[in-house]
Design a protein around this ligand. Sequence first.
Ligand SMILES: Cc1cc2nc3c(=O)[nH]c(=O)nc-3n(C[C@H](O)[C@H](O)[C@H](O)COP(=O)(O)O)c2cc1C
Length: 180
Amino acid sequence: MSKIVVLLGSMRRHGNTALLTSAFAKGAHESNNNITVISVADYTVIPCTGCNACRKRENNNCVIADDMQKILPVLIEADIIVIASPVYFYGLSARLKAIIDRLHQPARSAMKVKKLGLLLVAADTLPAVFDPIVLQYHLILDYFHLKSIGEVLAYGVEAIGDIHDKPVLDEAYLLGKEIR
Ligand SMILES: Cc1cc2nc3c(=O)[nH]c(=O)nc-3n(C[C@H](O)[C@H](O)[C@H](O)COP(=O)(O)O)c2cc1C
């Protein structure tokens, strides 16, 4: 059993990223994994200012008082973290990126994470739309010596629900199901 945390990066609660995440979570749950979804729609996290105060303070805590204090303890306990995001201008959604950037603090040394996963959706019909994020993902895996559980990339989905009946939902379900 793995502790899996999905960072869900769309404000559209019933949008395509949420549906892809649900398919993944269903599979992971059926394989008896413990899965928690943290949606950016439920939390407010201010972007890192790069002040580096966390490095100088006695307790090493970030000076920004916001919902990151609720998210960080959950991320610290995760065995697997899955990044689930709509593509926004060839990148991750800003709200999701804000959470990731706030991990630039000493507390991250307590993280137990060994693996990452990637779930992306985009309106574009060319798979190259994911290249910038996939490159970032692989650089992060290398830098932190993490393994990937896999990537599910859903292109050609724009309006809420466009992802319904697409084979990528089965792909996400199977990716979750294979995790032990
Ligand atoms: C601010 C913004 C920027 C976007 N940029 C891109 C983009 O660069 N490429 C693309 O293919 N789709 C882009 N899209 C479309 C979304 O990725 C697409 O509609 C996706 O299905 C939304 O996922 P959601 O339903 O989970 O919110 C953008 C949408 C928004 C709102």
